[in-house]
Design a protein around this ligand. Structure first.
Ligand code: ZN
Length: 362
């Protein structure tokens, strides 16, 4: 089997993916036409041209434009179906998706209706063979303080079985992480642990704030933690996992050459990491490609990739029994590997494990 085939067949996890960010230019064009939303482009080709990102400002502009095109239940169902189809195509078994209640209240069909629609469809997909998906309710930083208060209140008032955490998205520049602490505290009191984007377009100080002020259990990106050894040590000591997205970083951060991407330094420093796409069509990628790039360009071994994959469950925020169930699912078709995985999972210790003796049978 080629590396590509092995990665394709490997049952995978992905925990840093924005549900809205799975919408392709073709789908966005269809949504805008159907809902009579005027886009700042003349045709689909021009819209495709907009999906080339070299800075975060342009990215967020397209992002908000996209949110304003989601108007009906059918639009949200279509978005979920597209996401589920991609998971099945790539054998992604467990995912945590970021989804922003504030943006759907402001631009879409309302936060409660949007979450209810998406949740129902995701549960149907899970019952029909997967993937197992959980939701992170993100505060978009650019709309704070309004978005912070709205998200905290939303989490306090909802009993959604799929929401597992509060998150923080949006731009970092001009938005330090610490001021979001009161809303994170409210969410924590309502039973939701924290994750946060930091150390992507912001520096290591943002990662530091996310860990200490927001008490983030995982950091989305976190790659600029390498600018400060003390922050790297903090992540390693507290076992705060960083959900890295290589191609996204290559587009929006100075880490354009993956041969020198900080993920290697993070791993060497003992920081747990996962691999994700962030917003696949926005960066012309998918999870299979991210793993392949990590192997071929970053130079990570297949053993390292497998451990990174398992970190999606080890640091995932779904309840224990759901994750154990996914571990069992992962074991299908992997025979001995599945047993090793289960033993590792049950021990849940930070230690190296020896494998993959039979990876090739996947
Ligand atoms: Zn992200």
């Amino acid at each position: 089997m080629t590396t590509q085939e092995i990665i394709q067949a490997m049952p995978k996890t992905e925990v840093h993916l924005h549900l809205e960010g799975t919408i392709s230019p073709e789908t966005l064009w269809a949504l805008a036409s159907r809902n009579k939303v005027k886009l700042p482009v003349r045709d689909l080709a021009e819209l495709r041209g907009m999906y080339v990102f070299e800075d975060f400002d342009k990215f967020i502009k397209v992002w908000l434009m996209m949110c304003s095109c989601l108007k009906t239940e059918g639009d949200y169902i279509g978005m979920v179906d597209g996401y589920v189809g991609e998971c099945r195509r790539q054998n992604i078994r467990y995912a945590e998706v970021h989804f922003s209640p504030y943006n759907h209240e402001k631009f879409g069909m309302g936060a409660v209706k949007a979450f209810d629609t998406v949740t129902k469809r995701l549960i149907e997909a899970e019952n029909a063979g997967g993937p197992v998906t959980r939701i992170i309710a993100d505060i978009p930083s650019e709309a704070a303080p309004e978005s912070g208060a709205f998200t905290a209140e939303f989490l306090e008032s909802q009993e959604n079985p799929l929401i597992v955490a509060i998150g923080l998205g949006g731009p970092e520049k001009g938005f330090p992480r610490a001021p979001f602490a009161p809303w994170f505290e409210r969410a924590r009191r309502a039973g939701y642990p924290a994750v946060a984007h930091a150390g992507e377009t912001g520096g290591a100080d943002h990662v530091h704030e996310a860990v200490l002020a927001l008490k983030a259990r995982r950091i989305q990106h976190g790659v600029r933690a390498v600018e400060d050894e003390a922050v790297l040590r903090l992540l390693a000591e507290r076992e705060v996992c960083c959900d890295v997205a290589l191609t996204s970083n290559a587009c929006l951060t100075p880490f354009t050459d993956l041969r020198t991407h900080p993920i290697r330094r993070m791993i060497d420093a003992g920081v747990p990491v996962t691999l994700s796409t962030d917003d696949p069509p926005f960066f012309g990628t998918d999870l299979v490609r991210e793993y392949r790039r990590a192997h071929e360009e970053v130079g990570l071994s297949m053993d390292q990739l497998w451990r990174i994959n398992l970190n999606g469950l080890r640091f995932g925020l779904a309840d224990g029994s759901s994750r154990v169930l996914v571990v069992f699912t992962l074991s299908i078709g992997t025979s001995i590997l599945g047993v090793v995985l289960l033993l590792w999972y049950l021990r849940r210790r930070r230690r190296r494990i020896l494998f993959l003796p039979n990876f090739g049978v996947l």
